[in-house]
Design a protein around this ligand. Structure first.
Ligand SMILES: Cc1ncc(COP(=O)(O)O)c(C=O)c1O
Length: 435
């Protein structure tokens, strides 16, 4: 066995040089399905191998099968960043290998998780009174929130949302055997509150920053209706929630302080490596009623509510450590600076598109996502997307907005510069003229 310190130095060096050259690699992996698996042995090794062999295969075999989310020219879906403090904290998390099943199994894990979620609550301008914990993903956060809503209203089996809700709501409703009722949107892709029918609804999922167009549902009007009918209000701000760190963007979040539960993903636009999803609720006691189940072998006399009593899993990772590291190493000012820069870059790209004949913007831009298309059929825009992504120079994605196919450029990687956005625009125009 070689030494942990030597291997550790090699691994850190590997990551540092990877981050330096991530921008030079084809952003979207160019392999065929099955290619990576076929290049690896079908059976496990009999004898121990040195860690260096793992690093070698990472370079030679796995790297071609990596789509580079760390690339500054990743503009697909919602772009993310595994920031340097977050990466280092992941090492510490694995080193400590805490298993947060009960407060006593790791007091630091539990208390840091509650503290960092309270810091983040303050950073995004939510009032005191929200209790936060970390889930792996927003999908789990919505599933948990809807499970609480169902428990509170056993005779109401409907969840209401806009037709632009993320598929996580469809999945949660299916798992919980609830009916998902989708409300049409207006011409800006926002839920139309006048069409809400909530008498049989246990919950509404409203989205601030929808996946397709980053549209903003009218949360104040939805909250009024939830208040009258008693329906639970969940606000999904998985992507856009990070923008509330900037006071000038907070008007987009009007009414979210009236939600019963809220999800924001620090692993999307706040520099925390995958995975880390914040879930706040104003009703932690209801979460506890839904999820608390402490078997005999885990009972203790500790005067603390274990986080496992307000969430689905028993054991939890020390995710709070990476969130804490990122919040400390960037500070409010550092996070604001990055989010503002991304919004500026998206506005710039939008300006270029608007200024060029044959191209159009197809949804209002509120944050760092631009939805656009080139004149011509949906099929032609689809072909354009494929050509752009096959070039490996940038990676963008698409959405269907109403009956139209839209291209999406999402700025969200901390390493993205104006030059990278300019490259995306150059590649798009080059490939469009070659079509
Ligand atoms: C609005 C919205 N909600 C939820 C999700 C899903 O997040 P997760 O992968 O954390 O479940 C996404 C993913 O892009 C999203 O855009």
């Amino acid at each position: 066995m070689s030494s942990f310190r030597d291997d550790g130095a090699l691994a850190l060096d590997w990551v540092a040089s990877y981050l330096e050259r991530a921008g030079e690699l084809p952003v979207l992996s160019q392999v065929e399905p099955g290619q990576i698996r076929a290049a690896l042995p079908a059976s496990p090794p009999e004898e121990p191998e040195p860690f260096e062999a793992v690093l070698r295969d990472l370079d030679d075999v796995l790297l071609p099968g990596v789509t580079h989310w760390q690339s500054p020219r990743f503009f697909a879906y919602f772009a993310t960043t595994g920031s340097e403090p977050g990466i280092l904290a992941e090492l510490l998390i694995a080193g400590l290998n805490q298993v947060g099943i009960l407060w006593r199994s790791s007091p630091a894990l539990q208390e840091l998780e509650e503290l960092t979620l309270d810091w983040l609550r303050q950073l995004v301008g939510l009032p005191a009174g929200f209790h936060g914990h970390i889930e792996d993903t927003a999908s789990t956060g919505v599933l948990a929130s809807l499970a609480v809503a169902r428990m509170l209203h056993p005779d109401r089996r409907v969840v209401v949302c806009s037709e632009h809700v993320h598929s996580l709501a469809d999945k949660a409703a299916r798992l919980l055997e609830l009916e998902l009722r989708k409300v049409p949107v207006d011409d800006q892709f926002r839920l139309r509150p006048e069409l809400l029918e909530l008498n049989d609804a246990c919950a509404v999922v409203a989205t601030i920053g929808t996946t397709g167009a980053a549209a903003i549902d009218p949360v104040p009007a939805i909250a009024d209706r939830c208040q009258t009918t008693g329906a639970w209000l969940h606000v999904d701000a998985a992507y856009a929630g990070a923008a509330a760190v900037c006071p000038e963007l907070r008007h987009h979040f009007a009414g979210w302080d009236r939600a019963d539960s809220i999800t924001v993903n620090p692993h999307k636009w706040l520099g925390v490596p995958m995975d880390c999803s914040a879930l706040w609720t104003r009703r932690p006691e209801d979460f506890r009623r839904a999820f608390s189940l402490v078997p005999e072998f885990l009972q203790s006399s500790d005067d603390a509510v274990n986080l496992s009593e307000v969430s689905i899993p028993l054991g939890r990772r020390f995710r709070a450590l990476k969130l804490w590291a990122v919040l400390r190493c960037y500070g409010r000012a550092g996070l604001q600076e990055r989010i503002r820069e991304h919004v500026r870059l998206a506005a710039l790209f939008e300006e270029w598109v608007r200024g060029e004949p044959a191209w159009e913007i197809v949804a209002p831009r509120h944050f760092s996502l631009v939805c656009f298309r080139r004149e011509g059929s949906d099929a032609e825009n689809e072909r354009l997307l494929e050509r752009v992504n096959d070039s490996g120079e940038v990676f963008i994605s698409h959405a269907r907005l109403g009956d139209r196919y839209a291209l999406r450029l999402a700025v969200g990687n901390f390493r993205t510069s104006e030059d990278d956005v300019r490259t995306a625009w150059d590649v798009l125009r080059r490939e469009a003229s070659a079509l």
